[in-house]
Ligand binder design. Structure first.
Ligand SMILES: Cc1cc2nc3c(=O)[nH]c(=O)nc-3n(C[C@H](O)[C@H](O)[C@H](O)COP(=O)(O)O)c2cc1C
Length: 189
């Protein structure tokens, strides 16, 4: 699979079937993050790979109501870091950008490996950090829910979520996300 195909194939699916997560797979995902660019090569990204049945069960209590589809995860990637571990140039705090880039590389590599890797914001960061032993002064930026795509639509999904299993949610037009040479009013839409 080339990058273009991985970008096109990546979807935030919510219907999973179980898949065994090996140490080799975790190494592949970790390496995708490791090689990512960062400000001053600061590499602020940190991850906990949650793989054991016991921890996955405990993590069920952190998800928001609409995210109970994540109970079927085979792996959760907790993505976190600290502002002080990266460049802070006037108002520009680069840790979220750099960690986001690393997470994106990981998600694309997961896609190439035949996995679904679905990041979420709907969870309790306090509870999740407690369960995983992540020190409170870290920002838990996302949980990436990993599984193998199931053809059977997860019965816990609402109508909109079920629809999104079949069709990618609509995107802004290209003219609304980039302009050439100068800023266009379309970008302010
Ligand atoms: C930062 C972030 C937070 C998200 N939070 C949730 C969430 O809490 N629950 C959920 O089901 N999907 C969540 N998503 C997935 C988006 O809804 C999804 O990426 C978007 O609808 C586009 O669909 P696609 O990724 O399949 O193209 C989140 C995605 C991102 C990047």
């Amino acid at each position: 699979m080339d990058v273009k195909e991985a970008i096109e194939k990546r979807r935030a699916y919510r219907s999973f079937e179980p898949i065994e997560i090996t140490d080799e797979m975790l190494k592949e995902l970790g390496t995708a993050a490791q090689l990512t660019a960062s400000c001053f090569n600061n590499q602020p990204w940190r991850f906990v790979f949650v793989r054991s049945k016991e921890q996955l069960l405990k993590m069920r209590e952190v998800f928001s109501k609409g995210n109970s589809w994540a109970y079927e995860d085979s792996l959760i990637i907790a993505v976190f870091g600290k502002k002080e571990k990266d460049c802070n140039i006037q108002e520009r705090e680069y840790y979220l950008f750099d960690i986001g880039m690393a997470a994106s590389a990981m998600i694309l590599r997961a896609t190439e490996m035949g996995l679904v890797a679905h990041p979420i914001a709907g969870y309790s960061p306090e509870k999740a950090k407690e369960i995983l032993g992540i020190p409170a002064d870290n920002m838990l930026i996302t949980l990436i829910n990993v599984g193998k795509k199931s053809d059977k639509i997860n019965p816990v999904l609402n109508e909109k979520q079920a629809e999104q299993e079949k069709e990618r949610p609509p995107r802004r037009k290209l003219g609304e996300i980039y302009s050439i040479d100068t800023f266009s009013a379309e970008l302010d839409k």
